[in-house]
Design a protein around this ligand. Structure first.
Ligand code: GLP
Length: 265
């Protein structure tokens, strides 16, 4: 696991965008794993700026969202289909026909989940998967005690997740109780995992993910078993890492050939 501790959310966004831009420049047909939530928004804004400046073309890349609510229409502004369209597909000028979101409205939910898994496989698997993390340690919507072997399926949202996401809805009661999410096993199949977190509210979850015992109580901790993980955090989200100074030393002394060119402000 590579832990990159940066001074502020702006630096986190620039670094995350550089990782994704590098992936797409090396392979214009790359398959991107897309996350919703506030954590990756800065990355998407940075990428959109590169696209608008003519420095990056994401038009041939494909995308697979991590998750979707069950019980709200597709055109609801908080459906992840809407969020991915407005925050990612449109600003990055991606091809909408290549960007997929689990179908939370399907009459046959298990069939829709199986079809989603098949679509990821047919696309050749995810090259780089962006991840945020919930304050309770969830990735995607894999709440604590989710199976490490899980695939795309329906889940019941934890009360804390519903409360955390209430800020996106007019009324806390409108937050759906269920979702579809890629499983932890699905996420672990991606070739590169890029976890981003900012702010002190994520410090416990980041410490449990990076340094805690691998436990289904901290779903992010499964990332310790993945060979290629980049955790990019600001100082506040890193504040509970016991080996923070070591991670900074490692990053500062990285061999030049391993570096990604990150644009400065
Ligand atoms: C949400 C999403 C996750 C996201 C997490 C953190 O509910 N399902 O994919 O990473 O919770 O959200 P945020 O980035 O807004 O803190």
């Amino acid at each position: 696991m590579e832990i990159v501790i940066l001074p502020d959310p702006g630096a986190v966004a620039r670094f995350g965008a550089a990782v994704l831009a590098d992936t797409v420049r090396r392979d214009p047909d790359a398959v991107l794993g897309l996350a919703t939530g506030s954590s990756p928004l800065g990355i998407y804004e940075q990428l959109a700026a590169l696209v608008q400046a003519g420095e990056l073309d994401v038009g041939r890349a494909s995308g697979f969202a991590l998750d979707e609510y069950v019980g709200i229409p597709e055109d609801h502004p908080q459906s992840y289909a809407s969020v991915i369209r407005t925050e990612v597909v449109e600003p990055l000028r991606m091809d909408p026909s290549r960007v997929h979101v689990p179908d939370g409205r399907a009459a046959d939910i298990p069939a829709a989940c199986a079809a989603y898994e098949a679509a990821i496989r047919e696309a050749g698997g995810v090259d780089v998967q962006i991840l945020g993390i919930g304050a309770n340690g969830h990735i995607g919507f894999n709440e604590p005690t989710s199976s490490f072997a899980s695939r795309t399926r329906i889940k019941t949202l934890a009360p804390r997740t519903r409360a955390d996401n209430a800020r996106f809805f007019d009324d806390p009661d409108q937050v759906p109780t269920h979702c579809l999410t890629q499983g932890l096993g699905t996420i672990m199949d991606a070739r590169h995992l890029l976890l981003v977190a900012q702010g002190e509210a994520k410090a416990d979850a980041i410490a449990a993910t990076v340094e805690g015992p691998v436990s289904a109580m901290a779903p992010g901790s499964i990332l310790q078993h993945h060979p290629t993980v980049t955790v990019v955090v600001d100082e506040a989200a890193a504040s509970k890492l016991r080996l923070a100074d070591y991670y900074k030393h490692v990053f500062a002394n990285k061999p030049e050939w391993q570096r990604i060119a990150v644009p400065q402000p």
